[in-house]
Design a protein around this ligand. Structure first.
Ligand SMILES: [Zn+2]
Length: 130
């Protein structure tokens, strides 16, 4: 299933960043064109993460819309659809950017006390960007 492949990719990224720590929360940016929903991906993630340090972690999904640029009138719009009609001129000569990314934005671990001034939210990566 589609969601399981994505959930496994997320788990892989979460485990690398957690480096063995217990994960409580993970925030993921996912392009709208991936067509995933938080309930579906949370369920898939719960299954693939069973037995890992990320088991039981809450997955937060931030859907990133695709960006469409009309080649006729240059109007730029954001949409969840892969195929859009220009809202400005009704044209269909549209260039689509983004909407298919999958990015682990942050994680929060059980030992999340390393962010000065913000004890409630770990930026997720005390060892630096990977
Ligand atoms: Zn247009």
């Amino acid at each position: 299933m589609h969601e399981f492949g994505i959930a496994e990719a997320i788990l892989d990224a979460v485990e690398k960043r957690a480096a063995g720590r217990t994960v409580r929360h993970a925030r993921v940016r996912a392009g709208a064109l991936l067509r995933i929903t938080e309930p579906a991906i949370s369920q898939a993630f719960a299954m693939v993460s069973a037995g890992s340090p990320a088991e039981g972690a809450h997955l937060e999904l931030v859907i990133v819309p695709a960006r469409h640029t009309c080649r006729t009138c240059r109007l730029v719009s954001m949409s969840d659809d892969a195929y859009a009609t220009c809202a400005g001129c009704g044209g269909i000569d549209i260039v689509t950017d983004g909407g298919d990314e999958l990015i682990l934005e942050s994680i929060q671990t059980a030992e999340a006390t390393n962010v000065p001034g913000n004890p409630r939210r770990d930026s997720g990566d005390p060892v630096g960007p990977s």
